[in-house]
Write a new protein. Structure first.
Length: 113
């Protein structure tokens, strides 16, 4: 039996909390999300909780990178390490980036246990 990937992986988009396709990535320790609002992206475990003040901004980044539709290789992968950089290069105010920096250096939740 062939499994249809689209119908079997329903979930909640970690960025906008609306129904979306969410499934484990085959390549990295992250989830693949296909959200009609936030676009196509991969997101590491615990990212949404850690960056919850910035989720709307991150969603802006994923949206921008999702049109035209990216290939699997060029799809944005959100990690603890690249989110501050992604936001820094997006022209957002510095006060916000300071805040992000704090989050970045205060990661209390172990990612992989
Ligand atoms: Zn979304």
């Amino acid at each position: 039996m062939v499994t249809k990937e689209d119908s079997t992986h329903k979930g909640i988009c970690p960025l906008c909390n609306k129904p979306a396709q969410v499934k484990p990535s085959q390549q990295v320790d992250a989830h693949v999300v296909i959200c009609e609002r936030c676009g196509y992206f991969r997101i590491g475990h615990g990212i949404a909780e850690q960056f919850k003040e910035q989720l709307h901004l991150i969603a802006g980044l994923t949206r921008k990178s999702s049109f035209p539709r990216p290939s699997v290789e060029t799809r944005l992968t959100l990690t603890y390490d690249n989110i501050p950089e992604l936001l820094a290069t997006s022209g957002l105010p510095e006060s916000l980036l300071d805040q992000l920096d704090k989050v970045h250096h205060n990661r209390l939740i172990p990612l992989y246990t």
